[in-house]
Ligand binder design. Structure first.
Ligand code: NDP
Length: 449
Protein backbone atom coordinates (compact mmCIF):
# COMPACT_ATOMS: atom_id res chain seq x y z
CA UNK A 1 0.00 0.00 0.00
CA UNK A 2 1.42 3.41 -0.92
CA UNK A 3 1.87 6.33 1.47
CA UNK A 4 -1.22 8.31 0.46
CA UNK A 5 -3.51 5.23 0.58
CA UNK A 6 -2.38 4.61 4.16
CA UNK A 7 -2.93 8.24 4.98
CA UNK A 8 -6.41 8.13 3.42
CA UNK A 9 -7.35 5.00 5.36
CA UNK A 10 -6.15 6.51 8.61
CA UNK A 11 -8.06 9.72 8.02
CA UNK A 12 -11.26 7.89 7.09
CA UNK A 13 -10.98 5.47 10.05
CA UNK A 14 -10.92 8.45 12.39
CA UNK A 15 -13.85 10.09 10.63
CA UNK A 16 -15.97 6.92 10.74
CA UNK A 17 -15.12 6.37 14.41
CA UNK A 18 -16.18 9.92 15.32
CA UNK A 19 -19.34 9.78 13.18
CA UNK A 20 -20.75 6.25 13.48
CA UNK A 21 -23.75 5.25 11.38
CA UNK A 22 -23.46 8.14 8.93
CA UNK A 23 -22.74 6.46 5.56
CA UNK A 24 -23.70 9.42 3.34
CA UNK A 25 -21.44 11.73 5.31
CA UNK A 26 -18.56 9.24 5.11
CA UNK A 27 -19.10 8.97 1.35
CA UNK A 28 -19.05 12.75 0.79
CA UNK A 29 -15.94 13.27 2.90
CA UNK A 30 -14.24 10.23 1.35
CA UNK A 31 -14.67 11.64 -2.13
CA UNK A 32 -13.14 14.94 -1.12
CA UNK A 33 -10.34 13.39 0.95
CA UNK A 34 -9.18 11.35 -2.05
CA UNK A 35 -8.21 14.48 -3.93
CA UNK A 36 -7.38 16.72 -0.98
CA UNK A 37 -4.99 14.59 1.07
CA UNK A 38 -2.24 14.49 -1.60
CA UNK A 39 -2.66 18.27 -2.05
CA UNK A 40 -2.46 18.90 1.69
CA UNK A 41 0.68 16.78 1.75
CA UNK A 42 2.30 19.30 -0.58
CA UNK A 43 1.06 22.25 1.52
CA UNK A 44 2.16 21.63 5.11
CA UNK A 45 0.51 24.87 6.33
CA UNK A 46 -2.88 23.18 5.91
CA UNK A 47 -1.71 19.93 7.50
CA UNK A 48 -0.10 21.64 10.51
CA UNK A 49 -3.31 23.60 11.16
CA UNK A 50 -5.39 20.36 10.89
CA UNK A 51 -7.63 22.17 8.43
CA UNK A 52 -9.31 19.08 6.96
CA UNK A 53 -10.02 17.62 10.40
CA UNK A 54 -11.59 20.93 11.41
CA UNK A 55 -13.53 21.27 8.16
CA UNK A 56 -15.12 17.85 8.62
CA UNK A 57 -16.53 18.78 12.03
CA UNK A 58 -19.64 21.02 11.77
CA UNK A 59 -19.55 24.25 13.79
CA UNK A 60 -22.80 23.09 15.41
CA UNK A 61 -25.90 20.97 14.84
CA UNK A 62 -29.31 21.92 16.21
CA UNK A 63 -31.75 19.01 16.61
CA UNK A 64 -35.34 19.62 17.59
CA UNK A 65 -38.84 18.19 17.83
CA UNK A 66 -41.60 19.54 15.60
CA UNK A 67 -45.16 18.84 16.77
CA UNK A 68 -48.12 19.70 14.57
CA UNK A 69 -51.77 18.78 14.22
CA UNK A 70 -53.07 17.00 11.12
CA UNK A 71 -56.48 17.60 9.50
CA UNK A 72 -58.04 14.81 11.60
CA UNK A 73 -56.89 16.46 14.82
CA UNK A 74 -54.12 13.90 15.51
CA UNK A 75 -50.90 15.18 17.07
CA UNK A 76 -47.94 14.33 14.84
CA UNK A 77 -44.25 14.51 15.75
CA UNK A 78 -41.27 14.92 13.43
CA UNK A 79 -37.60 15.59 13.95
CA UNK A 80 -35.79 18.53 12.38
CA UNK A 81 -32.15 19.57 12.12
CA UNK A 82 -30.06 22.56 11.14
CA UNK A 83 -26.43 21.74 10.47
CA UNK A 84 -24.30 24.90 10.58
CA UNK A 85 -21.20 23.51 9.00
CA UNK A 86 -18.71 26.27 8.34
CA UNK A 87 -19.01 30.08 8.26
CA UNK A 88 -15.37 30.92 7.51
CA UNK A 89 -16.23 32.89 4.36
CA UNK A 90 -19.78 34.09 5.08
CA UNK A 91 -23.05 33.33 6.87
CA UNK A 92 -24.18 29.70 6.74
CA UNK A 93 -26.19 29.03 3.59
CA UNK A 94 -27.93 25.92 2.33
CA UNK A 95 -31.37 24.48 1.74
CA UNK A 96 -33.93 22.73 3.92
CA UNK A 97 -35.02 19.25 2.80
CA UNK A 98 -38.36 17.66 3.80
CA UNK A 99 -38.34 13.96 2.95
CA UNK A 100 -38.82 10.77 5.00
CA UNK A 101 -35.25 9.70 4.14
CA UNK A 102 -33.73 12.74 5.88
CA UNK A 103 -31.27 11.83 8.65
CA UNK A 104 -28.39 13.61 10.34
CA UNK A 105 -26.03 11.74 8.01
CA UNK A 106 -27.79 13.02 4.88
CA UNK A 107 -27.77 16.59 6.16
CA UNK A 108 -24.12 16.44 7.18
CA UNK A 109 -23.17 15.19 3.72
CA UNK A 110 -25.18 17.99 2.13
CA UNK A 111 -23.82 20.63 4.51
CA UNK A 112 -20.24 19.53 3.93
CA UNK A 113 -20.65 19.65 0.14
CA UNK A 114 -22.31 23.03 0.47
CA UNK A 115 -19.13 24.58 1.96
CA UNK A 116 -17.17 23.76 -1.21
CA UNK A 117 -20.00 24.67 -3.56
CA UNK A 118 -20.63 28.04 -1.95
CA UNK A 119 -16.92 28.87 -2.02
CA UNK A 120 -16.83 28.10 -5.76
CA UNK A 121 -19.63 30.59 -6.50
CA UNK A 122 -17.18 33.39 -5.62
CA UNK A 123 -19.86 34.86 -3.29
CA UNK A 124 -19.36 35.27 0.49
CA UNK A 125 -21.39 32.30 1.75
CA UNK A 126 -20.56 29.63 4.32
CA UNK A 127 -22.04 26.13 4.26
CA UNK A 128 -25.07 24.72 6.07
CA UNK A 129 -28.05 22.47 5.50
CA UNK A 130 -31.19 21.49 7.32
CA UNK A 131 -34.42 19.61 7.05
CA UNK A 132 -36.85 17.19 8.53
CA UNK A 133 -38.10 13.64 8.09
CA UNK A 134 -41.54 15.18 7.46
CA UNK A 135 -43.12 13.95 4.20
CA UNK A 136 -45.07 16.74 2.46
CA UNK A 137 -46.40 14.26 -0.12
CA UNK A 138 -50.11 13.60 0.36
CA UNK A 139 -50.46 16.33 3.00
CA UNK A 140 -52.98 19.15 2.60
CA UNK A 141 -51.77 22.75 2.25
CA UNK A 142 -53.02 23.45 5.78
CA UNK A 143 -51.06 20.51 7.19
CA UNK A 144 -47.90 21.68 5.44
CA UNK A 145 -48.54 25.19 6.77
CA UNK A 146 -48.95 23.99 10.36
CA UNK A 147 -45.78 21.93 10.08
CA UNK A 148 -43.74 24.81 8.63
CA UNK A 149 -45.00 27.22 11.29
CA UNK A 150 -44.20 24.83 14.09
CA UNK A 151 -40.73 24.18 12.69
CA UNK A 152 -40.02 27.91 12.49
CA UNK A 153 -40.95 28.40 16.15
CA UNK A 154 -37.62 26.73 16.96
CA UNK A 155 -35.59 27.47 13.83
CA UNK A 156 -36.04 31.25 14.03
CA UNK A 157 -33.69 31.39 17.04
CA UNK A 158 -30.81 30.05 14.97
CA UNK A 159 -31.09 31.86 11.62
CA UNK A 160 -30.91 35.43 10.35
CA UNK A 161 -29.59 37.41 7.41
CA UNK A 162 -26.10 37.68 8.93
CA UNK A 163 -26.09 34.27 10.64
CA UNK A 164 -27.66 31.51 8.57
CA UNK A 165 -29.88 31.83 5.51
CA UNK A 166 -31.81 28.65 4.58
CA UNK A 167 -33.47 27.99 1.20
CA UNK A 168 -35.41 25.16 -0.51
CA UNK A 169 -34.34 21.66 -1.48
CA UNK A 170 -36.23 18.37 -2.01
CA UNK A 171 -39.79 18.79 -0.72
CA UNK A 172 -39.29 22.49 0.05
CA UNK A 173 -40.50 24.77 -2.73
CA UNK A 174 -42.13 28.18 -2.83
CA UNK A 175 -45.15 27.04 -0.78
CA UNK A 176 -43.01 25.85 2.14
CA UNK A 177 -40.63 28.84 1.97
CA UNK A 178 -43.62 31.20 2.06
CA UNK A 179 -45.11 29.54 5.15
CA UNK A 180 -41.74 29.60 6.92
CA UNK A 181 -41.04 33.21 5.97
CA UNK A 182 -44.49 34.33 7.15
CA UNK A 183 -43.95 32.67 10.52
CA UNK A 184 -40.45 34.10 10.97
CA UNK A 185 -41.75 37.59 10.23
CA UNK A 186 -44.50 37.13 12.80
CA UNK A 187 -42.15 35.83 15.49
CA UNK A 188 -39.37 38.38 14.98
CA UNK A 189 -41.42 41.37 13.78
CA UNK A 190 -38.73 41.92 11.16
CA UNK A 191 -38.96 41.83 7.38
CA UNK A 192 -35.55 40.66 6.31
CA UNK A 193 -33.81 38.37 3.82
CA UNK A 194 -33.21 35.44 6.16
CA UNK A 195 -34.60 32.88 3.68
CA UNK A 196 -34.08 32.68 -0.08
CA UNK A 197 -36.36 31.28 -2.73
CA UNK A 198 -39.04 33.71 -1.56
CA UNK A 199 -42.01 34.78 -3.68
CA UNK A 200 -41.42 37.73 -5.99
CA UNK A 201 -43.94 39.81 -4.05
CA UNK A 202 -41.88 39.60 -0.85
CA UNK A 203 -38.21 39.83 -1.68
CA UNK A 204 -37.64 36.87 -3.99
CA UNK A 205 -35.30 37.08 -6.97
CA UNK A 206 -36.19 36.55 -10.58
CA UNK A 207 -34.52 33.39 -11.99
CA UNK A 208 -34.12 31.77 -8.52
CA UNK A 209 -36.70 29.09 -9.42
CA UNK A 210 -34.88 28.27 -12.63
CA UNK A 211 -31.32 28.82 -11.37
CA UNK A 212 -30.13 25.33 -10.43
CA UNK A 213 -31.36 23.65 -13.61
CA UNK A 214 -30.25 26.54 -15.84
CA UNK A 215 -26.88 26.61 -14.11
CA UNK A 216 -26.28 22.88 -14.68
CA UNK A 217 -26.87 23.35 -18.40
CA UNK A 218 -24.65 26.45 -18.51
CA UNK A 219 -21.92 24.41 -16.85
CA UNK A 220 -22.36 21.64 -19.42
CA UNK A 221 -22.21 24.23 -22.20
CA UNK A 222 -18.92 25.52 -20.77
CA UNK A 223 -17.44 22.01 -20.67
CA UNK A 224 -18.52 21.31 -24.24
CA UNK A 225 -17.33 24.68 -25.57
CA UNK A 226 -13.88 23.99 -24.17
CA UNK A 227 -13.85 21.00 -26.56
CA UNK A 228 -15.20 23.05 -29.45
CA UNK A 229 -18.71 21.62 -29.08
CA UNK A 230 -22.05 22.80 -27.63
CA UNK A 231 -25.49 21.64 -26.43
CA UNK A 232 -26.95 22.40 -29.85
CA UNK A 233 -28.59 19.31 -31.32
CA UNK A 234 -27.77 17.12 -28.30
CA UNK A 235 -30.16 14.65 -26.68
CA UNK A 236 -30.10 14.16 -22.91
CA UNK A 237 -31.23 11.85 -20.16
CA UNK A 238 -32.67 13.82 -17.26
CA UNK A 239 -33.76 12.14 -14.03
CA UNK A 240 -36.29 13.67 -11.65
CA UNK A 241 -39.12 16.02 -12.53
CA UNK A 242 -38.84 18.50 -9.70
CA UNK A 243 -37.44 21.98 -9.59
CA UNK A 244 -33.95 21.17 -10.86
CA UNK A 245 -35.01 18.70 -13.56
CA UNK A 246 -37.74 20.89 -15.09
CA UNK A 247 -35.54 23.94 -15.57
CA UNK A 248 -32.62 21.84 -16.74
CA UNK A 249 -34.90 20.58 -19.52
CA UNK A 250 -36.08 24.12 -20.28
CA UNK A 251 -32.58 25.58 -20.65
CA UNK A 252 -31.44 22.60 -22.69
CA UNK A 253 -34.24 23.27 -25.13
CA UNK A 254 -33.34 26.97 -25.28
CA UNK A 255 -29.78 25.99 -26.21
CA UNK A 256 -30.96 23.72 -29.01
CA UNK A 257 -30.94 20.31 -27.30
CA UNK A 258 -33.66 18.31 -25.61
CA UNK A 259 -34.33 15.72 -22.95
CA UNK A 260 -35.81 12.32 -23.81
CA UNK A 261 -36.53 11.20 -20.22
CA UNK A 262 -37.95 12.43 -16.93
CA UNK A 263 -38.63 10.48 -13.75
CA UNK A 264 -39.97 10.47 -10.22
CA UNK A 265 -39.77 7.93 -7.44
CA UNK A 266 -42.34 5.79 -9.32
CA UNK A 267 -40.33 5.30 -12.53
CA UNK A 268 -39.30 7.09 -15.73
CA UNK A 269 -40.83 8.11 -19.05
CA UNK A 270 -39.01 7.80 -22.36
CA UNK A 271 -40.12 10.22 -25.07
CA UNK A 272 -37.73 9.91 -28.06
CA UNK A 273 -39.26 13.02 -29.68
CA UNK A 274 -38.20 15.09 -26.71
CA UNK A 275 -39.86 16.51 -23.61
CA UNK A 276 -40.01 20.02 -25.03
CA UNK A 277 -42.30 22.81 -26.16
CA UNK A 278 -45.91 22.29 -25.15
CA UNK A 279 -45.09 18.91 -23.62
CA UNK A 280 -42.60 20.44 -21.20
CA UNK A 281 -45.11 23.15 -20.27
CA UNK A 282 -47.66 20.38 -19.59
CA UNK A 283 -45.14 18.54 -17.40
CA UNK A 284 -44.44 21.71 -15.44
CA UNK A 285 -48.13 22.18 -14.75
CA UNK A 286 -48.42 18.50 -13.75
CA UNK A 287 -45.58 18.74 -11.24
CA UNK A 288 -45.71 22.34 -10.03
CA UNK A 289 -49.46 22.89 -9.88
CA UNK A 290 -51.21 19.52 -9.69
CA UNK A 291 -48.41 17.67 -7.86
CA UNK A 292 -49.13 14.69 -10.14
CA UNK A 293 -47.08 11.58 -11.02
CA UNK A 294 -44.76 11.10 -14.00
CA UNK A 295 -46.71 8.13 -15.44
CA UNK A 296 -49.47 10.63 -16.29
CA UNK A 297 -47.09 12.16 -18.87
CA UNK A 298 -46.81 8.78 -20.64
CA UNK A 299 -50.60 8.41 -20.60
CA UNK A 300 -51.10 11.93 -21.99
CA UNK A 301 -48.50 11.71 -24.78
CA UNK A 302 -48.50 7.98 -25.53
CA UNK A 303 -44.85 7.22 -24.77
CA UNK A 304 -43.11 4.49 -22.75
CA UNK A 305 -43.31 4.40 -18.95
CA UNK A 306 -40.86 2.19 -17.04
CA UNK A 307 -42.22 1.58 -13.58
CA UNK A 308 -39.69 1.30 -10.77
CA UNK A 309 -36.77 1.89 -13.17
CA UNK A 310 -34.15 4.61 -13.62
CA UNK A 311 -33.37 6.09 -17.04
CA UNK A 312 -29.60 5.35 -17.25
CA UNK A 313 -28.72 3.43 -20.39
CA UNK A 314 -31.28 5.14 -22.63
CA UNK A 315 -29.45 6.29 -25.77
CA UNK A 316 -28.52 9.97 -25.45
CA UNK A 317 -25.49 12.26 -25.71
CA UNK A 318 -25.67 13.92 -22.29
CA UNK A 319 -26.87 13.00 -18.80
CA UNK A 320 -28.23 15.24 -16.05
CA UNK A 321 -29.09 13.34 -12.85
CA UNK A 322 -31.46 15.77 -11.10
CA UNK A 323 -33.36 13.64 -8.55
CA UNK A 324 -31.40 12.56 -5.47
CA UNK A 325 -28.20 11.13 -4.00
CA UNK A 326 -26.75 7.78 -5.12
CA UNK A 327 -29.12 7.35 -8.06
CA UNK A 328 -26.34 6.15 -10.44
CA UNK A 329 -24.61 2.88 -9.56
CA UNK A 330 -21.47 1.45 -11.16
CA UNK A 331 -23.66 -0.72 -13.43
CA UNK A 332 -25.76 2.30 -14.41
CA UNK A 333 -22.57 4.18 -15.34
CA UNK A 334 -21.49 1.25 -17.47
CA UNK A 335 -24.87 1.29 -19.22
CA UNK A 336 -24.50 5.04 -19.82
CA UNK A 337 -21.12 4.53 -21.45
CA UNK A 338 -22.42 1.69 -23.63
CA UNK A 339 -25.34 3.86 -24.79
CA UNK A 340 -22.88 6.49 -26.02
CA UNK A 341 -23.42 9.19 -23.40
CA UNK A 342 -20.24 11.27 -23.33
CA UNK A 343 -20.85 13.98 -20.71
CA UNK A 344 -22.64 14.10 -17.36
CA UNK A 345 -23.42 17.10 -15.15
CA UNK A 346 -24.88 16.50 -11.69
CA UNK A 347 -27.98 18.63 -11.08
CA UNK A 348 -28.64 16.71 -7.86
CA UNK A 349 -26.22 16.45 -4.95
CA UNK A 350 -23.98 13.36 -5.07
CA UNK A 351 -26.24 11.36 -7.44
CA UNK A 352 -23.24 9.36 -8.72
CA UNK A 353 -21.94 6.61 -6.46
CA UNK A 354 -18.14 6.40 -6.00
CA UNK A 355 -17.76 3.26 -8.14
CA UNK A 356 -19.84 4.94 -10.86
CA UNK A 357 -17.49 7.96 -10.80
CA UNK A 358 -14.64 5.49 -11.34
CA UNK A 359 -16.43 3.96 -14.35
CA UNK A 360 -17.04 7.41 -15.87
CA UNK A 361 -13.39 8.29 -15.41
CA UNK A 362 -12.26 5.00 -16.98
CA UNK A 363 -14.61 5.44 -19.95
CA UNK A 364 -13.44 9.02 -20.54
CA UNK A 365 -16.90 10.53 -19.91
CA UNK A 366 -16.82 14.22 -18.97
CA UNK A 367 -18.03 14.42 -15.38
CA UNK A 368 -19.13 17.61 -13.61
CA UNK A 369 -19.72 17.08 -9.87
CA UNK A 370 -22.74 18.68 -8.22
CA UNK A 371 -20.71 21.04 -6.09
CA UNK A 372 -19.75 22.80 -9.34
CA UNK A 373 -22.59 22.00 -11.75
CA UNK A 374 -25.55 22.67 -9.44
CA UNK A 375 -24.10 25.74 -7.72
CA UNK A 376 -26.33 28.03 -9.80
CA UNK A 377 -29.16 27.69 -7.29
CA UNK A 378 -27.19 28.86 -4.30
CA UNK A 379 -25.48 31.49 -6.46
CA UNK A 380 -28.81 33.14 -7.29
CA UNK A 381 -29.79 32.73 -3.65
CA UNK A 382 -26.68 34.79 -2.89
CA UNK A 383 -27.86 37.34 -5.45
CA UNK A 384 -31.27 37.34 -3.73
CA UNK A 385 -29.51 38.21 -0.45
CA UNK A 386 -27.65 41.04 -2.17
CA UNK A 387 -30.89 42.44 -3.63
CA UNK A 388 -32.60 42.20 -0.23
CA UNK A 389 -29.70 44.02 1.45
CA UNK A 390 -29.85 46.78 -1.18
CA UNK A 391 -33.69 46.76 -1.17
CA UNK A 392 -33.84 46.54 -4.95
CA UNK A 393 -34.83 43.91 -7.55
CA UNK A 394 -32.71 43.30 -10.58
CA UNK A 395 -34.47 42.50 -13.86
CA UNK A 396 -34.48 38.93 -15.18
CA UNK A 397 -31.77 39.61 -17.79
CA UNK A 398 -29.45 41.05 -15.15
CA UNK A 399 -29.80 38.03 -12.83
CA UNK A 400 -29.46 35.57 -15.70
CA UNK A 401 -26.34 37.35 -16.95
CA UNK A 402 -24.80 37.18 -13.48
CA UNK A 403 -25.72 33.49 -13.22
CA UNK A 404 -24.04 32.74 -16.54
CA UNK A 405 -20.94 34.64 -15.46
CA UNK A 406 -20.77 32.78 -12.14
CA UNK A 407 -21.14 29.38 -13.84
CA UNK A 408 -18.33 30.34 -16.25
CA UNK A 409 -16.17 31.36 -13.28
CA UNK A 410 -16.84 28.08 -11.51
CA UNK A 411 -15.89 26.26 -14.69
CA UNK A 412 -12.69 28.31 -14.95
CA UNK A 413 -11.75 27.46 -11.34
CA UNK A 414 -12.29 23.74 -12.04
CA UNK A 415 -10.04 23.99 -15.08
CA UNK A 416 -7.42 25.93 -13.11
CA UNK A 417 -7.20 23.33 -10.34
CA UNK A 418 -8.08 20.20 -12.32
CA UNK A 419 -6.23 20.47 -15.65
CA UNK A 420 -3.76 17.68 -16.41
CA UNK A 421 -0.59 18.19 -18.51
CA UNK A 422 -2.35 16.53 -21.47
CA UNK A 423 -5.05 19.26 -21.38
CA UNK A 424 -7.82 17.04 -20.01
CA UNK A 425 -9.68 18.29 -16.93
CA UNK A 426 -10.54 16.35 -13.78
CA UNK A 427 -13.56 18.46 -12.78
CA UNK A 428 -14.01 16.62 -9.49
CA UNK A 429 -10.46 17.38 -8.42
CA UNK A 430 -10.77 20.95 -9.70
CA UNK A 431 -13.99 21.60 -7.75
CA UNK A 432 -12.62 20.04 -4.56
CA UNK A 433 -9.35 21.98 -4.62
CA UNK A 434 -10.92 25.27 -5.74
CA UNK A 435 -13.54 25.16 -2.98
CA UNK A 436 -11.10 23.94 -0.33
CA UNK A 437 -8.41 26.56 -0.80
CA UNK A 438 -10.78 29.48 -0.34
CA UNK A 439 -12.30 28.15 2.89
CA UNK A 440 -8.99 26.83 4.21
CA UNK A 441 -7.16 30.13 3.68
CA UNK A 442 -9.84 31.99 5.64
CA UNK A 443 -9.57 29.43 8.45
CA UNK A 444 -5.77 29.78 8.49
CA UNK A 445 -6.10 33.55 8.78
CA UNK A 446 -8.37 33.25 11.84
CA UNK A 447 -5.89 31.14 13.79
CA UNK A 448 -7.23 28.42 16.07
CA UNK A 449 -10.98 29.11 16.38
P1 NDP B 1 -37.82 18.43 -5.82
O1 NDP B 1 -38.43 17.98 -4.56
O2 NDP B 1 -38.38 19.60 -6.54
O3 NDP B 1 -37.75 17.22 -6.86
C1 NDP B 1 -37.08 16.04 -6.56
C2 NDP B 1 -37.32 15.06 -7.71
O4 NDP B 1 -36.53 13.91 -7.50
C3 NDP B 1 -38.76 14.58 -7.79
O5 NDP B 1 -39.07 14.26 -9.13
C4 NDP B 1 -38.72 13.32 -6.92
O6 NDP B 1 -39.74 12.37 -7.22
C5 NDP B 1 -37.37 12.77 -7.29
N1 NDP B 1 -36.84 11.98 -6.16
C6 NDP B 1 -36.62 12.41 -4.89
N2 NDP B 1 -36.18 11.41 -4.13
C7 NDP B 1 -36.14 10.32 -4.93
C8 NDP B 1 -35.76 8.98 -4.74
N3 NDP B 1 -35.33 8.55 -3.53
N4 NDP B 1 -35.83 8.13 -5.80
C9 NDP B 1 -36.26 8.57 -7.01
N5 NDP B 1 -36.65 9.83 -7.26
C10 NDP B 1 -36.57 10.69 -6.23
O7 NDP B 1 -36.27 18.69 -5.45
P2 NDP B 1 -35.18 19.54 -6.23
O8 NDP B 1 -35.42 19.44 -7.70
O9 NDP B 1 -35.11 20.87 -5.59
O10 NDP B 1 -33.83 18.78 -5.84
C11 NDP B 1 -33.32 17.68 -6.60
C12 NDP B 1 -31.86 17.49 -6.30
O11 NDP B 1 -31.13 18.68 -6.61
C13 NDP B 1 -31.51 17.18 -4.83
O12 NDP B 1 -30.38 16.34 -4.79
C14 NDP B 1 -31.14 18.55 -4.29
O13 NDP B 1 -30.31 18.46 -3.14
C15 NDP B 1 -30.39 19.12 -5.48
N6 NDP B 1 -30.26 20.56 -5.50
C16 NDP B 1 -31.36 21.37 -5.48
C17 NDP B 1 -31.21 22.74 -5.52
C18 NDP B 1 -32.39 23.64 -5.63
O14 NDP B 1 -32.16 24.86 -5.84
N7 NDP B 1 -33.62 23.19 -5.52
C19 NDP B 1 -29.87 23.36 -5.49
C20 NDP B 1 -28.78 22.41 -5.61
C21 NDP B 1 -28.99 21.07 -5.58
P3 NDP B 1 -40.98 12.19 -6.18
O15 NDP B 1 -41.80 13.43 -6.37
O16 NDP B 1 -41.64 10.93 -6.62
O17 NDP B 1 -40.37 12.10 -4.81
Amino acid sequence: MNQSATQYDRFMEGLVRRNPGEPEFHQAVGEVAHTLLPFIDEHPEYREASILERMTEPDRVVIFRVCWEDDQGNIRTNRAWRVQFNNAIGPYKGGMRFHPSVTLSVLKFLGFEQCFKNALTTLPMGGGKGGSNFNPKGKSDREVMRFCQSLMVELHRHIGEHTDVPAGDIGVGSREISYMFGQYKRLENRFTGMLTGKGLAFGGSLVRTEATGYGAVYFMQNMLERRGDSCEGKTAIVSGSGNVALYCMEKLEQLGGYSVTASDSGGFVYDPDGIRGEKLEWLKRLKEERRGRIHEYAEEFGCEYHQGKRPWGVKADLAFPCATQNEISGDDAQALAQAGTFALAEGANMPTQPDAVEVLRREGILFAPGKAANAGGVAVSGLEQSQNALRISWPREEVDKRLQKIMAEIHAQCVHWGEAPDGSVDYLKGANLGGFVKVADAMLAYGVV
